[in-house]
Design a protein around this ligand. Structure first.
Ligand SMILES: Cc1ncc(C[n+]2csc(CCOP(=O)(O)OP(=O)(O)O)c2C)c(N)n1
Ligand SMILES: [Mg+2]
Length: 612
């Protein structure tokens, strides 16, 4: 343990309060009182407990700190400035355009691993990081600071549950229990016992303390890792602590002080404030660096033409295959691994697989945590269930997380299970994520090759896989670059260009055969890369078919393949006729449903014949 100077830490806490007030007053916005309740905890963590190289925030064995209550960003920035990473003057640029000290933390800053501010997400990310530490045999701890209002989020309890299940004694949650939320008191106010009982029930070691008593904070922090449970510190605090006219007052959330108020507040804090300069921050242990090497290549794919394999099964095969040479690959699932086939990876690499149970929001956060530690996480479940983790996916976009998602059981082609199990909105949802890549293979070879591309492409990549078996149509050495498409049929004089992906590609091929027998030619394109779309390939093909394009997809009509094609090509004068699921889906046989919703070969034949 560090030889702790409690008075110095108390002084640093006030210094952090002053810096937070000054920054938010200069910005004219922000959350000073949310910073102030956490100041003693922050001072104790950053200058009396955590081990890290303050000059190198990315160092692989630094303790990690996640500010889950991201609106307290100014105090996080102040802590790193006081730790010597950058001059404290910079703090006065808080929230200004062009400055990376944004309103809520983002990984534009070197000391921020993941974006926070959408409350309830930090603990799940912390679970992922704590699991990554175990996998990499590193001894850093992961600390997550949460608000008491924030822990009303269900995702917090998904994370708390998994941390308890996996006995993550390298994970520490600190709840800044300041009694107040944004618009009123929290549901339980200062009834600390409620929180204590809840975390206890989830398998955590609970310490309830006075969150303004540095000695107590340091003492309970020193108990980190003493048993096999994650540790939660419920810190009873006061919002606006340290300033008489702010402390414990409702109505001050998210309000900066004006200049006069700031001067008054600082006059109260300054006498006991002390800069952190000269505080010796303990160095992390020197342990071997984790192996996160990009592989030189992957083992070959081997299917036989005529094999019938569902793309979801090819996804599982691919994960198990690329995992052999790509040590960065880890996987997680939400109790659907025998349906998504991620169990193929689990069986081969059990230590690199995390069962997240039926908690998809947390599964995505866990994956984001792994990604922040240099891993390439593949999280899989039914496509439809990613919708409930959409906020986590959205924020992962802001984090520019290297996150891989595989959604199976898409569209009405899943058949009998019915509409609650059908992913019919996933293309729209995933396309809208900033910086995302959206892929939709039709056969096993393309699925396998796209999984390789996902592992090698930075950022959020989504793979849409299907339930039914489909024939293998590509050769094992075919390449599937992101942003590409395959022209499978094309002849001079073709009447229309049919753009399809996944199961509807086979409907398009069937339609092409039928039409051919009637003397009508159509170009057929496999648009396996939905975002980015191979717009040049499609446009050039369309120009040869009088600018007539038919899109056909097993997805609701809004935001899917048809909209992607129309959006890219309308300015080129291309007319896009969309075949998609346009009304509420229902149970039935896959073929019946494709026919009923007008996305089968017969529907394609009909529309092509009807076109000018
Ligand atoms: C998911 C989500 N819902 C709502 C908000 C808006 N919001 C920001 S801070 C806040 C209150 C947070 O209270 P608490 O967690 O107790 O933090 P404190 O400021 O008291 O430390 C709310 C509702 C948000 N940022 N994220
Ligand atoms: Mg609060």
């Amino acid at each position: 343990m560090i030889d702790t100077d409690i008075d110095l830490l108390k002084g640093i806490a006030n210094q952090l309060r002053i810096l937070s007030i000054n920054a938010t007053t200069a910005a004219g916005s922000g959350h000073p009182t949310s910073c102030m309740s956490a100041a003693d905890v922050m001072a104790a963590l950053f200058f009396g407990h955590m081990r890290y190289d303050a000059k190198n925030p990315h160092y692989y064995n630094n303790d990690r700190f996640i500010l889950s209550k991201g609106h307290a960003a100014p105090i996080l920035y102040a802590a790193w400035a006081e730790a010597g990473l950058f001059p404290t003057d910079e703090l006065l640029k808080l929230r200004k355009f062009g400055c990376d000290l944004e309103g809520h933390p983002t990984p534009r800053l070197p000391f921020v691993d993941v974006a926070t501010g959408s409350l309830g997400q930090g603990l799940g990310v912390g679970v992922g990081m704590a699991l990554a530490a175990r996998l990499d045999k590193l001894d850093y701890n992961t600390y997550v600071l949460l608000g008491d209002g924030e822990i009303a989020e269900g995702s917090v309890w998904e994370a708390a549950s998994l941390a308890g299940v996996y006995k993550l004694n390298n994970l520490i949650a600190i709840v800044d229990a300041n009694r107040l939320g944004q618009s009123q008191a929290t549901a339980f106010g200062h009834d600390i016992g409620v929180y204590a009982k809840r975390f206890d029930a989830f398998g955590w070691r609970v310490e309830s303390i006075d969150g303004h008593d540095i000695e107590e904070i340091i003492e309970v922090l020193s108990g980190t890792g003493l048993d096999d449970k994650p540790l939660v510190i419920i810190a009873k605090t006061y919002k606006g602590a340290g300033v008489s006219f702010l402390q414990d007052r409702d109505g001050w959330h998210g309000k900066p002080l004006n200049k006069e108020e700031a001067a008054k507040a600082i006059a109260e804090l300054q006498p006991s404030a002390r800069p952190a300069a000269g505080v010796a921050i303990p160095a992390p242990n020197k342990l071997p660096a984790p192996n996160n090497a990009v592989p030189a290549g992957y083992p070959p794919v081997s299917y036989k033409p005529g094999d019938s394999v569902a793309t979801r099964e090819a996804f599982g095969n691919a994960l198990a295959r690329i995992g052999e040479t790509d040590v960065r690959v880890v996987a997680m699932d939400g109790d659907t691994k025998n349906s998504t086939y991620s169990e193929k990876f689990m069986k081969k690499f059990p230590e690199r697989f995390t069962e997240c149970f039926i908690a998809e929001q947390n599964m995505v956060s866990v994956a984001v945590g792994f990604a922040a530690r240099g891993k390439v996480p593949f999280a899989s479940t039914f496509a439809c269930f990613f919708t409930r983790a959409y906020d986590q996916i959205r924020v992962a976009g802001i984090s520019q997380a290297n996150l891989k998602l595989a959604g199976s059981h898409v569209g009405v082609s899943i058949g009998e299970d019915g509409p609650t199990q059908m992913g019919l909105e996933d293309l729209a949802m995933m396309r809208a994520v900033v910086g995302s890549t959206v892929l939709y293979p039709s056969d096993a070879v393309s699925a396998e090759k796209l999984v390789e591309q996902m592992a090698l492409t930075k950022g959020i990549c989504y793979l849409r896989t299907s339930r039914p078996k489909t024939p293998v149509i590509y050769k094992n050495d075919e390449a599937f670059p992101i942003g590409g498409a395959k022209i499978l049929r094309q002849n001079a004089g073709d009447k229309a260009t049919v753009v399809a992906a996944g199961v509807t590609l086979f409907e398009a091929l069937k339609a092409a055969d039928t039409l051919k027998s009637e003397g009508i030619g159509v170009t057929v394109i496999d648009a396996y890369s939905i975002k980015p779309l191979a717009k040049d390939v499609i446009r050039t093909a369309a120009q040869k078919t009088n600018n007539i394009v038919v899109t056909v997809e097993d997805h609701y009509t809004e935001g899917g393949l048809g909209d992607a094609v129309a959006g890219e090509l309308s300015s080129a004068g291309v007319k896009v006729h969309k075949l998609a699921v346009t009304s509420l889906a229902r149970s039935g046989k896959a073929e019946e449903l494709l026919a009923y919703f007008g996305i089968d070969a017969a529907a394609i034949v009909k529309i092509v014949k009807s076109l000018g």
